[in-house]
Design a protein around this ligand. Structure first.
Ligand code: ADP
Length: 529
């Protein structure tokens, strides 16, 4: 913004007469004029702001004051060249005129100056100065954009460092466990330990990857909610179950305060439980051992308020607004024993927003604990009653499936994945045919007519989609009984799923596939992945 001082014309005229004439002339032309008598005074005005300077050549100017003026004019910011209009006699050979000529931005007018020439020169100088002010604004915008880019690049670098750190921990544990497995043949306890560690750490890595994919879904508006009627306490129980190991490990006391009335909401239970378990895990992470965590659920008009408070390290007031930003971490992961990627709260807020709710935080400051409050719309009473009947009916009808022995084709070009999945399915009592590419998958399918085919997508010879299409037409042409085709891929976005279903797959699951999901699929249980 241009200040009024920056629109002034400063007239430097050591003699009263010159000053009066210039002052009057410019004033008559509706210019904002300030007169001064010395270069020292002029410098003070320039510091505050000026559109142009009009000065007369005068023998009283000292060499040092002109040098000082030159220094100030040469040190202007890149957008600025303050116009200086100097009035001097043609025959003048004064030392001061010689020195004035070297000033940057100087226009010399010969005295006596025609009034119109002076006015048009000053007007042109002011117009030029206004263009400089406009350029200053552009410079400022560029500077802010540049600062933001630098900040984004810094945040991205920090995030990548944190991600590498977070992935290295489980990898390290898995790698050590693999060494343990080599020597574990005669030590059953070591074997059991290594298997536990690998299972746990793979779970940890999968959760990190799930969070990363969720972040990308939320930021691209691609997160799909599976909304249904759920009781708040059921969702809360699922969340507590997830966070419980860390709460117990840190010996925190957890208290839960529920209202007498059972509250229901219409939402995606898995996602809301994810939000609550994230808040609980954070409360456990950011509280010194043996702290207190409290959950309080309250009906608040048409909303339910779920408060998660802790007695932990708290949040400084200046960080409270940025805490929900993506990648926001108040202390770098390196300082914290229980790492994290700094995306949990951003994700939680995104999920709550998608449900039409709010997520807020308060804290009395460092080491004084924090309180997070999730507010979600309650289901309308009529929906609650009618849908409750239905959900009770479906849950009553649910029975545990029995394990069956299946004939399964697996195709994967990654030898380790192929081998381990073969071993796992054989251990579950299935007959397995293993193919290392799409071509072999088709041959084995024709030979053995398996009931199930677990197909990787990116494979040599024929990719998973092509195998699925060929298998479907083979079954149609030979009136073979329909095999269940399952795409097993690293790509878990909704469009990947749609592509798989369009190619003829019945299911799409993302790697790593848990043994429970496999068991359910091969037993014909509908799996949500
Ligand atoms: P992460 O825990 O992976 O770093 P989050 O997005 O879940 O990422 O949290 C962002 C940051 O907010 C954390 O790094 C931490 O500094 C702060 N924070 C979150 N929850 C709490 C809490 N209950 N108490 C204090 N600080 C917290």
């Amino acid at each position: 913004m241009t200040s009024s001082d920056e629109l002034r014309v400063i007239v430097l005229a050591p003699t009263t007469r010159d000053a009066d004439i210039a002052h009057r002339l410019l004033k008559e032309a509706a210019m904002d004029v300030v007169a001064c008598r010395s270069i020292v005074e002029l410098l003070d005005h320039i510091e505050v702001g000026a559109a142009a300077v009009v000065m007369t050549d005068h023998p009283t100017y000292s060499q040092s004051s002109i040098t000082q003026l030159g220094r100030v004019l040469r040190n202007q910011p890149p957008w600025s060249e303050l116009p200086i209009i100097a009035l001097a006699r043609a025959e003048s050979a004064s030392e001061s005129l010689y020195a004035l000529r070297s000033l940057p931005g100087l226009v010399l007018l010969e005295r006596p100056v025609n009034t119109r020439t002076l006015l048009s020169s000053v007007s042109a100088a002011i117009r030029g100065r206004l263009r400089q002010y406009a350029m200053r604004e552009q410079f400022e915008k560029l500077r802010i954009a540049n600062d933001e880019l630098n900040e984004a690049a810094r945040t991205k670098d920090e995030f990548l460092a944190t991600l590498a750190h977070e992935l290295r921990n489980p990898l390290n544990a898995i790698s050590t466990s693999a060494q343990v497995l080599k020597v574990a043949a005669t030590r059953p306890r070591a074997l059991e330990f290594a298997i536990d560690v690998i299972g746990r750490q793979v779970g940890q890595m999968s959760r990190l990857l799930d969070d990363l994919l969720d972040v990308s879904r939320i930021t691209r508006n691609r997160m799909v909610l599976r909304k249904d009627l759920h009781s708040v306490s059921n969702i809360l129980n699922a969340a507590i179950e997830t966070a419980r190991p860390l709460i117990d490990q840190k010996r925190h006391l957890l208290t839960v305060n529920l209202p007498d009335k059972n509250l229901f909401l219409m939402g995606d239970a898995v996602r809301i439980a994810q939000v609550l378990s994230n808040l609980l895990t954070n409360a456990a992470k950011y509280t010194e051992p043996a702290g207190r965590i409290a959950i309080k659920v309250m009906e608040d008009g048409e909303m339910v308020a779920i408060c998660v408070s802790d007695t932990g390290i708290g949040i400084p007031q200046h960080s409270i607004h940025s805490i929900f930003d993506m990648f926001a971490q108040l202390r770098p992961a390196i300082d914290r024993s229980d790492g994290g990627l700094g995306i949990g709260l951003a994700l939680a807020k995104g999920i709550v927003d998608l449900h039409g709710g709010t997520l807020s935080v308060t804290s009395d400051g460092e080491n004084r604990g924090s309180e997070f409050v999730v507010r979600l719309p309650l289901a309308p009473c009529d929906v609650t009653t009618s849908l409750m009947d239905k959900s009770t009916a479906t849950s009553d009808a649910h029975t545990e499936p029995q394990s069956l022995s299946r004939r399964v084709l697996i195709a994967d070009d990654n030898a380790d994945s192929l081998q381990s999945l073969t071993l796992l399915l054989q251990a579950q009592g299935h007959t397995v045919f293993a193919a290392k590419d799409g071509g072999e998958a088709i041959r084995l399918f024709e030979q053995h007519h398996p009931e199930f085919a677990l197909l990787d997508i990116g494979m040599p010879v024929l990719n998973g989609y092509e195998v699925a299409q060929q298998v479907r037409s083979l079954c149609d042409a030979n009136t073979m009984s329909k095999a269940t085709l399952i795409a097993v891929t690293g790509w878990g976005q909704p469009e990947d799923k749609r592509k798989a279903l369009a190619a003829g797959f019945d299911h799409h699951v993302t790697k790593p596939v848990g043994s429970d999901i496999l068991r359910s699929l091969l037993n014909g249980v509908e799996v949500v992945s």
